[in-house]
Design a protein around this ligand. Structure first.
Ligand code: GLU
Length: 281
């Protein structure tokens, strides 16, 4: 059965870009008579606001999207910890105390998320009481798994390139599991078979594919969809004035009509779809 999910982080209201993503996920599952899940990604510490999750549910209902809600991330920390332990026991995680400024100063190349971590702490003994993040030894991990590939429904077969990111953080100093670890484990636990998400997260899939191989998780298919951008080509964001779905809803807007417009790619003036993958190796 086809299972897709919409996985918003409750650190700000949903806007048109989220509505588009939810519709893609919903319709992709509906096409196969499958299930569409809602997963609240609320592990972002103080930035996560519980009241927003209720708004998200109301927004999806208003758009006319049926969904089944699964366990939110904040209730899955034990699972993330267990997976991190597995990787640690394999010698694939190391502690890192570098600050962002230190990384910027020492980095010699840019990756998809900014300056690539130069591996400073990889062979360093870090005080066990120090406030540290845990990084994945990506070269060590690739040596274990060998070459990997994955499939995007729209773009076809891809060779996994987790090396593009350098040694990613899997366990954060300020919050538990990183997005990469949490999302990968959750998609497996939730039985997601087609991961629908914006093309802005296309490259993140390289890391997720590596984690799946290391942790023995099932491998879904991906469906990276275009994202809504403003006239200057930048992604829609609430802080840049894209109206919240909740505001439209409360103002008496017609949710199903909005969903129909988004499906037909009829957008407000200045908004369009972009299928660009920002990072090219
Ligand atoms: N919580 C992520 C976001 O809001 C979801 C990313 C994903 O779909 O994998 O961007």
């Amino acid at each position: 059965m086809t299972v897709t999910r919409f996985a918003p982080s409750p650190n700000g209201p949903l806007h048109l870009g989220h509505a588009y993503a939810a519709i893609v996920g919903h319709d992709r599952a509906a096409r196969d008579g499958g299930a569409f899940l809602l997963r609240i990604e609320d592990i972002d510490g103080a930035r996560s606001r519980a009241e927003l999750a209720e708004e998200f549910r109301a927004d999806l209902r208003w758009l006319g999207l049926d969904f089944r809600e699964v366990v939110p991330q904040a209730q899955r920390i034990v699972t993330y910890r267990a997976a991190a332990d597995v990787l640690r026991e394999q010698g694939l995680l190391y502690r890192c105390t570098c600050t962002r400024a230190e990384i910027i100063a020492a980095a010699s190349r840019m990756g998809p998320d900014g300056p690539v971590y130069p591996g400073t702490c990889r062979h360093r003994v870090v005080d066990s009481h120090a406030d540290a993040a845990w990084r994945l030894d990506v070269a060590g991990a690739i040596a274990l798994t060998g070459p990997l590939d994955w499939t995007d429904e729209n773009r076809g077969r891809q060779q996994a390139r987790p090396d593009l990111f350098g040694d990613v953080v899997l366990w954060r100093k300020d919050a538990p599991a990183s997005y990469h670890l949490a999302a990968t484990l959750d998609d497996a636990a939730d039985g997601v078979t087609v991961v629908t998400r914006g093309a802005d997260l296309f490259v993140a899939t390289h890391v997720h594919r590596l984690l799946q191989a290391l942790l023995g998780l099932p491998v879904p298919v991906w469906h990276h969809h275009p994202v809504l951008v403003e006239a200057d080509g930048r992604k829609l964001a609430k802080r840049r004035g894209s109206p919240a779905l909740a505001d439209r809803r409360r103002a008496g807007g017609d949710g199903p009509a909005l969903a129909a417009d988004l499906r037909a790619a009829r957008f407000d003036t200045g908004i369009s779809l972009s299928d660009t993958i920002d990072y090219q190796p």
